[in-house]
Design a protein around this ligand. Structure first.
Ligand SMILES: [Zn+2]
Length: 114
């Protein structure tokens, strides 16, 4: 989980604006018979709260440029996206920085718990 609005994939759990858990999805684009883009809207305030394209979620999306930088909405989404990208980078780094010893230890711990 990135924060209380988005899970670890970036899929919206609840609306960051009104906290509603009712989310509508709508297909935006189909590529060769396969769904390639899905947009997630809050069903209460109708705001776009998520976007999925080609296998990945991004809590921040095209709609960003529709709102002015002076609006609260812009900055709220800006920080959600920042948080998401930092989180994702952190996950990648964690995987890369594991030493063979650490990996071995993890493996033996797993065997012990069985
Ligand atoms: Zn909402």
């Amino acid at each position: 989980m990135i924060n209380r609005f988005y899970d670890s994939e970036g899929c919206p759990i609840c609306c960051p604006f009104c906290c509603s858990k009712k989310i509508d999805d709508s297909i935006q684009s189909i590529d060769g018979g396969v769904i390639s883009e899905i947009q997630y809207n809050c069903s209460r305030c109708k705001d776009i709260i998520g976007y999925w394209a080609y296998g990945y979620y991004d809590p921040y999306f095209k709609k960003q440029f529709d709102c002015t930088i002076f609006s609260m909405r812009y900055w709220k989404l800006f920080f959600i996206r920042l948080e998401f990208h930092i989180w994702r980078k952190h996950q990648c780094l964690k995987k890369l920085t594991k030493s063979p010893e650490e990996l071995y230890e993890e493996k033996s711990n797993r065997n012990e718990s069985r």
